[in-house]
Design a binder for this molecule. Sequence first.
Ligand code: GRF
Length: 211
Amino acid sequence: MRMMGERKFLIGVLGSGKGSNFAVVADACRAGTAPAEVALVLSDVADAGILEQARQRGIQARFIPPGKFRTRLDEEAEQAYLEALRAARADLVVLAGFMRVLKQRFLNAFAGRIINIHPSLLPAFPGLEAWKQALAHGAKVTGCTVHFVDAGVDSGPIIGQQAVPVLDDDTPETLHQRIQAAEHELYPRCVAAIARGQIRVEGRRVVWGKT
Ligand code: GRF
């Protein structure tokens, strides 16, 4: 629990897409269900919906060009992202559909303070379009995972998970929608727990202490 007079727990969000996860996190902060504030949203896509969603909420939103690579930030871009997050005094970096892998320098700068949401029950189906992978595999249950980010792909310690059924008549779209609905419950819950200082990492295990 943060004491009166202590400064707010500040969040920087990185996203490349429509920003529905950002929106639920920002709204939970505003509603007071998460004791935090989104200070800044950054995107590598100039016309990403997430930037618009942020602006609509009066939250600082910036497009920072990612540089010359396709799947990661180049050195100059990495520097610009880090500077923006530091200037915003971000305590936590929340990845919400950010389609680039963060490299070691970035991870070191916010060690243990970067989280991501992935649309499967990790370690099953890491990587792209996990809901399609689940369908193709014939899984009966899938879901979403919030995890700390490490140098691997979708491989860091798991903070929380929520399961959803795979139905016989699911298409990639219907399954993805059901997973996203679960994400919108899970992500604000995990962010709130981190902001409350409730979350402890013990090796690979994340322990939820009492509030
Ligand atoms: C989410 O489904 C998340 O699992 C994945 O990217 C998607 C982002 O969606 N990492 P949105 O931009 O939050 O709507």
